[in-house]
Ligand binder design. Structure first.
Ligand code: HEM
Length: 243
């Protein structure tokens, strides 16, 4: 019996999928930097000294300036059966101006699915918290947004027991704007439910980042370039990662 209420009968690769073959993978393109849609301008290494954070402290909000390094590197295209994703693996590291101690640390992926024009964003922070957000955008969009809501089935937010009880993250929104002169900006709003407050707390962060280094081509692209199958010059930085 199929698991889609009988839409696809019998067994085999399409059983229960309404006719989609869940096992057959598309080839995709080895050159991730050429297939990142709206994420293409983000590839590379960035720094920003004008970060602005608002976070909760006892009795109210507190604001801090911060300095950020944001590294986004292309990964080989990924397939989930017929689903094809191109993406960037990222690491953000944040300190207060003039300090060494980590103020915020974050890793994850920005993913682009051309077939559905979907941007997927994952986040893990060392407060015992993970998140999966999404949004849609045109392939050439200069501005886009991803959102996650707690308890939202496919997408969502998971917090460890301390955070869940004391600083429950109920939603998160990240808006990205590609700027001129090799810059980009983001504005984030993370809504926290804190038991001693009447209203959800808006934990916000914003920064503008300037490129300090180009991306490193993903492994398949580097190999294809080395054996000549992408053509001379295909991976030259100025034609691939510039917005
Ligand atoms: C630039 C980005 C961010 C910075 C600089 C930052 C910084 C901070 C700071 C300073 C606190 C106060 C608590 C403490 O001092 O330990 C805090 C609390 C918190 N942040 Fe962030 N944060 C950022 C982004 C995020 C994001 C994206 C999330 C989740 C989606 C998040 C989740 C939380 C939570 C749940 C708390 C409450 C925990 C507590 O106060 O003990 N933060 N953040």
């Amino acid at each position: 019996m199929s698991d889609d209420g009988g839409a696809t009968a019998g067994s085999g690769p399409t059983a229960g999928t309404g006719g989609i073959d869940r096992y057959t993978e598309p080839d995709g393109d080895p050159d991730t930097l050429a297939n990142l849609g709206p994420l293409a301008p983000l590839a590379g290494i960035w720094e920003g000294t004008g970060g602005a954070d608002v976070h909760p402290v006892a009795g109210g909000p507190e604001g801090d300036a911060y300095v950020e390094r944001y590294e986004l590197q292309p990964i080989d295209r990924q397939t989930n059966g017929p689903q094809l994703l191109y993406g960037l693996r990222y690491h953000r590291h944040i300190v207060k101006p003039g300090e060494v101690e980590t103020f915020h640390d974050q890793v994850g992926y920005w993913l682009w699915e051309p077939a559905t024009a979907t941007v997927t964003f994952t986040l893990a922070i060392p407060r015992a918290q993970v998140l999966l957000a999404h949004g849609t955008a045109a392939a050439d969009a200069r501005e886009f947004e991803v959102r996650a809501e707690v308890g939202d089935g496919s997408y969502g937010i998971l917090s460890g027991p301390f955070l869940e009880a004391n600083f429950r993250t109920v939603s998160c929104r990240v808006r990205v704007t590609i700027g001129a002169d090799d810059t980009w900006s983001y504005a984030e709003e993370t809504m926290l439910v804190i038991p001693d407050r009447d209203e959800p707390f808006a934990h916000t962060d914003a920064n503008t980042l300037t490129r300090v280094a180009p991306p490193t081509p993903n492994p398949l692209a580097a190999a294809a370039s080395a054996n000549g199958s992408l053509g001379i010059g295909d991976l030259r930085a100025e034609t691939r990662w510039r917005p």
